[in-house]
Design a protein around this ligand. Structure first.
Ligand code: BGP
Length: 481
């Protein structure tokens, strides 16, 4: 009998990241993170890709929104109470590395930073909400970038190891679900947030990216080892940005190009972290980016560490699919930010050009589950949109409900296909600062936060129409969508 229902223990919830909602960017000893210094606005990645880019904290230009977020630091009790009211079974959030090791290279942690997460976790557990913690979500101590050059420097393995051990030792008794690096593969197109690399077009740009990935793979594997020592039933996953990749048509040239893009974007980082070794296509993939595998610093011990410590599950974000065409240069490229491709005539796009494709999620789930034969977890999904609250601050976000409903339908389809799906945590369950624009106006939440791109507003929280809808979805375990 093919199951069409969600499993009883299905982890319904929502997802956020420290740098996008906490604010309090210098409170209680927190150091500056890369996110605190990124320019705001739609052009932020173009700016950091300039060869003369210099990190600077200009309080006028950059102080809002990342520095203030939605001030979750002072509102976490109210926010988690709202998540509990929606019925969340889990809550995915990240720990800010720069709260725990403000400069990244200290030998002992900042106790006050840890005390904040003690409280966040306690608050979740009070409502029987399982915390799902990302160790590193687009936020690393800025000092590790300015002084050490980011993840291309092998010393970061040691610094991350120190950080990961501190938080795993402290929280593993209470927290079963973890993941290592958020969207680790996104560095293929935007290396600044995850790897701390700027001037992405420079001569060594791709060599640095692959070296940085290797160092992250080793650091992640060490965290997996340590996590398992702390608690036998703990589950620690990788986190991939997955954009289901189609050939634009049946032309074999486009088919092969799509296969290669799939390897480069969707498969490479997952293959290493889930299978524990570099895949067969590694050298040819690297060569296509002008990188020689033998030039990278990869030791025999590193390879043993990878082999001994594969992740337990595959966490991934899914927002859109991608269509690859290399035969027709006139086809319009999509504005997918972190994803390459051309416009797919069968799909609609969001206001930011992200191509909406629920069936692509069902395909992604099948591809991942089948390739790795490990549980999968959709840890981000959602529609970024400009909301228009009425005079009572109600947002009638039917467009968001429509998007999420169709994607939950795809989850159900994947379960009936045989996929071992752990849970679903839609992105930005409360409005927060957008990663790609650094602005508030691109919203994902079930909860509206009254703040605009200039930092004006009361900061008050209001339930959107989607709040009640998602509450019903969870209460019915996905039967009523
Ligand atoms: C993912 C990131 C998140 C998040 C989300 C939505 O890439 O993991 O941090 O922000 O996308 O993207 P955006 O905020 O740019 O709309």
């Amino acid at each position: 009998m093919i199951p069409t229902k969600f499993p009883d223990n299905f982890l319904w919830g929502g997802a956020t990241a420290a740098n996008q909602l906490e604010g309090a960017y210098q409170t209680a000893g927190k150091g500056l993170s890369i996110a605190d210094a990124l320019p705001g606005g739609q052009d932020r990645f173009k700016i950091v890709n300039q060869p003369d880019f210099n990190w600077q904290i200009d309080s006028n230009k950059y102080s809002y929104p990342n520095h203030r977020g939605i001030d979750h630091y002072h509102h976490f009790k109210e926010d988690i109470a709202l998540f509990a009211e929606m019925g969340f079974k889990c809550y995915r959030f990240s720990i800010a590395w720069s709260r725990i090791f403000p400069q990244g290279d200290e030998t002992s942690p900042n106790e006050k930073g840890l005390q904040f997460y003690d409280q966040v976790i306690a608050e979740c557990l009070r409502y029987q909400i399982e915390p799902v913690i990302t160790l590193s979500h687009y936020e690393m101590p800025l000092n590790l970038v300015t002084k050490y050059g980011g993840w291309k420097n092998r010393q970061l393995i040691e610094f991350f190891d120190r950080y990961a051990r501190v938080v795993l030792q402290r929280y593993a008794p209470q927290v079963k679900y973890w993941m290592t690096f958020n969207e680790i593969n996104s560095a293929l197109n935007i290396p600044v947030m995850g790897q701390g690399l700027v001037a992405a077009q420079g001569a060594d740009a791709m060599v640095n990216r692959y070296q940085a990935w290797h160092n992250q793979f080793v650091a992640g594997a060490q965290a997996v080892a340590y996590a398992h020592q702390q608690r036998r039933d703990l589950m620690i996953g990788c986190m991939l940005l997955y954009a289901t990749t189609y050939a634009y048509d049946a032309n074999p040239v486009n088919q092969l190009a799509a296969l290669k893009e799939n390897q480069a974007m969707n498969q490479f980082c997952g293959d290493v972290q889930v299978r524990g070794h570099y895949p067969s296509y590694t050298r040819s993939l690297m060569q296509s980016y002008g990188v020689n595998y033998d030039d990278l610093e990869i030791t025999a011990t590193d390879l043993q560490t990878l082999a001994a410590n594969p992740v337990d599950y595959i966490g991934f974000s899914y927002y859109m699919s991608s269509a690859i065409n290399v035969t027709d240069p006139d086809l319009a490229k999509v504005n997918g930010n972190l994803v390459h491709g051309v416009a797919n005539p069968f799909l609609e796009a969001s206001a930011w050009g992200w191509q909406i494709d629920p069936m692509g999620l069902r395909i992604a789930l099948n591809e991942l589950n089948d390739r790795y034969e490990k549980p999968v977890f959709v840890v981000e999904n959602g529609l970024g949109a400009v909301d228009h609250p009425d005079a009572q601050h109600l947002v009638q976000d039917d467009y968001r409900i429509k998007y999420l409903r169709s994607h939950i339908e795809a989850l159900r389809g994947a379960i009936s296909d045989g996929v071992n799906l752990m849970g679903y945590t839609p992105w930005g369950c409360i409005d927060l600062v957008s990663a790609s624009t650094g602005q508030m106006s691109k919203r994902y939440g079930f909860i509206y936060v009254d703040l605009d791109d200039q930092g004006q507003g009361s900061g008050r929280r209001y339930k959107k129409a989607s709040f009640d809808w998602y509450q019903r979805v969870i209460a019915s375990n996905g039967a009523e969508i």
